[in-house]
Structure formats: C-alpha cells, structure tokens
Ligand binder design. Structure first.
Ligand SMILES: [Zn+2]
Length: 76
C-alpha cells in the first residue's frame, strides 16, 4: 500500500493580528478582544487539492509570491 499525501500549513501574513502557539494560529478579534483559533493545516493528495480546501475555509493563497491571508484578514 502506498500512502501519498500533501500537507499544507498556512500562516497568515497579517502577523500583527495573529499569534502562533504549537503550530496553531490564532486571530485576535478586536471587537470582542478574543483569540480565535484558525484551522491552518490542510491535507490532500496534491498541493492543488490542499489549496482548494484552504480556499473553501476562506483563505486567500498567493502561491507565486508565497503569501496567504486568512478569512479574517482578506479584503481588509
Ligand atoms: Zn489573518
């Protein structure tokens, strides 16, 4: 049996709004002063599949410039 797969870890580039603890990222929500955990690890057969999942969760991924934004930071 061959198990393939790809793991994609995303760390939002608006770092001033996030903290990373034990490989999980948290977003600081100013209006409620709460740290919200973000799902930032995506599994798939290929890179493309991982990105597709990430986008479904609301991430913006710019592979060519090696940047990404979480659903809370995109469009701001
Ligand atoms: Zn963010």
């Amino acid at each position: 049996m061959i198990v393939g797969g790809y793991t994609l870890d995303l760390y939002c580039d608006r770092t001033e709004r996030h903290v990373i603890l034990e490989n999980n990222t948290y977003y600081f929500k100013p209006d409620t002063s709460q740290w919200i955990p973000l799902g930032n690890q995506f599994l798939g057969e290929t890179y493309t599949e991982c990105v597709k999942q990430a986008k479904k969760e609301g991430w913006l991924v710019y592979r060519s410039i090696d940047k990404c934004l979480c659903k809370y930071c995109k469009g701001k």
